[in-house]
Design a protein around this ligand. Structure first.
Ligand code: NI
Length: 420
């Protein structure tokens, strides 16, 4: 009896436990179900939100004269991409987005060109057809927003940073002129733009308050008065320094057409020429007859000497004289410097006579280029004697480039000049 009673009680408790477990499971399942349904509801509610497509023009930065790249846009989408826009074809917002990403349905207007500096608007506009569709069949399903961009056209020469100028190559302009179109500026050793007056080398410059070069002239040179250019070939030599001292004494200048094979041994003399504002010229490396050489060999004859001169003076030659005055088309195309010949040939190398050379020098007229050789002592002696005589006759003793400029001639590469 007790045992049976005990069994019954046990049975009831077991059933209660089972019911409880069952209810718990059902409860949990219900909860999960409701949760999933709720999430689904929320998701569908949000997904059904009207799609918004934003077309944003990508910003573009170029330098003047660089080609404007193909204008592109960034496309952003929110809302229901699955919304069907055309029931018949099943065309969805997603399909529309794909087309827009391919560049369809809109254009980017740009009124800038690549010549004018400045910031210009890149205007995004939808095609007429798209605007019409958005107002009608696509209404309430999709919206397209546009966002304009900018096209920045930067100065092709570089960027101003206050009074400093960072050139297009990334380096700051320091101790140099920078031409920007028809304007020319100078930046000092600290990289600051120069205004007002400046003396440099044998020139005097005047800049405006905004740094634009307004005038430049050679110091101690009157373009209305007669002038001649003394030129010395084949050196430097042992007498060149003595010649420089004589020029210095009379505040005179000359042009030296140097041979690379000599230039490499007279670095300090070349530096002195430069410091005296004499003109540095190239006369080839080996005194080769350039007309007998290939284009490559001509270039090498010139470049080697230019390097020796630049190493010594810090600046390269500005003019050249072909040995023997020999020039042909290949020489013209490959020397890369103006070719300076002469109008007074003293034949100093032939006579080796100081009086005859002086006599020849003194036949010079305004604008003449006088040919001499500073490797001969007799020639240097003649020049030293002639310098005060020329000055006494009213001549200004100038370099070839100074004379060309004073006479209004622009020296061009590969062109021959005899006098000015
Ligand atoms: Ni020569």
């Amino acid at each position: 009896m007790n045992k049976r009673k005990g069994n019954k009680r046990y049975e009831r408790a077991r059933r209660r436990r089972q019911r409880l477990l069952f209810m718990t499971v059902i409860g949990l399942l219900l909860c999960v179900g409701v949760g999933v349904a709720a999430v689904k509801l929320v998701m569908t509610t949000f997904a059904r939100e009207k799609a918004v497509i934003t077309i944003m023009a990508d910003p573009v930065t170029i330098r003047q004269e660089q080609e404007i790249p193909k204008l592109t846009a960034n496309i952003l989408v929110s809302g229901d991409e699955e919304a069907v826009l055309d029931k018949k074809s099943g065309y969805t917002v997603g399909d529309l987005v794909k087309e827009i990403r391919k560049g369809e349905h809109y254009q980017i207007e740009n009124k800038a060109d690549n010549t004018t500096e400045g910031t210009f608007s890149l205007k995004v506009t939808l095609t007429k057809e798209m605007k019409k569709k958005l107002d009608n069949q696509f209404k309430n399903k999709v919206e397209i927003k546009t966002q304009d961009g900018t096209l920045v056209v930067k100065n092709k020469y570089g960027d101003w940073e206050g009074k400093k100028f960072k050139k297009a190559d990334g380096n700051y302009a320091v101790s140099e002129f920078v031409a920007m179109g028809d304007k020319k500026y100078y930046f000092d050793e600290e990289g600051n733009m120069v205004t007002g007056e400046m003396k440099q080398g044998n020139k005097e410059y005047v800049f405006s308050d905004t740094g634009v070069l307004e005038s430049e002239k050679f110091i101690g040179l009157d373009p209305t008065k007669p002038m001649v250019a003394l030129t010395f070939d084949d050196g430097p030599g042992k007498d060149t320094d003595r010649l420089l001292e004589a020029l210095k004494k009379y505040n005179a200048r000359a042009t030296f057409f140097m041979l690379g094979n000599n230039a490499k041994n007279y670095g300090s003399v070349i530096k002195k020429m430069k410091d005296m504002n004499c003109e540095l010229g190239n006369h080839s490396t080996t005194h080769a007859q350039l007309t007998k050489l290939s284009a490559e060999a001509i270039k090498k004859e010139i470049q080697t000497t230019s390097e020796y001169i630049k190493n010594a003076a810090g600046v390269g030659p500005t003019v050249m004289r072909p040995p023997y005055g020999a020039v042909n088309a290949t020489v013209k195309q490959n020397v890369g410097l103006p070719m300076i010949l002469w109008s007074v040939d003293t034949l100093d190398w032939k006579t080796k006579s100081t009086p005859k050379t002086v006599e020849s020098i003194m036949t010079a007229k305004d604008g003449d280029i006088i040919l001499l050789h500073d490797i001969h002592t007799t020639s240097v002696d003649a020049a030293i004697e002639a310098i005060p005589k020329l000055i006494e006759k009213g001549f200004q003793l100038v370099t070839v480039s100074e004379m060309a400029e004073a006479k209004g001639q622009k020296l061009e590469l590969g062109v021959k000049y005899f006098s000015f």
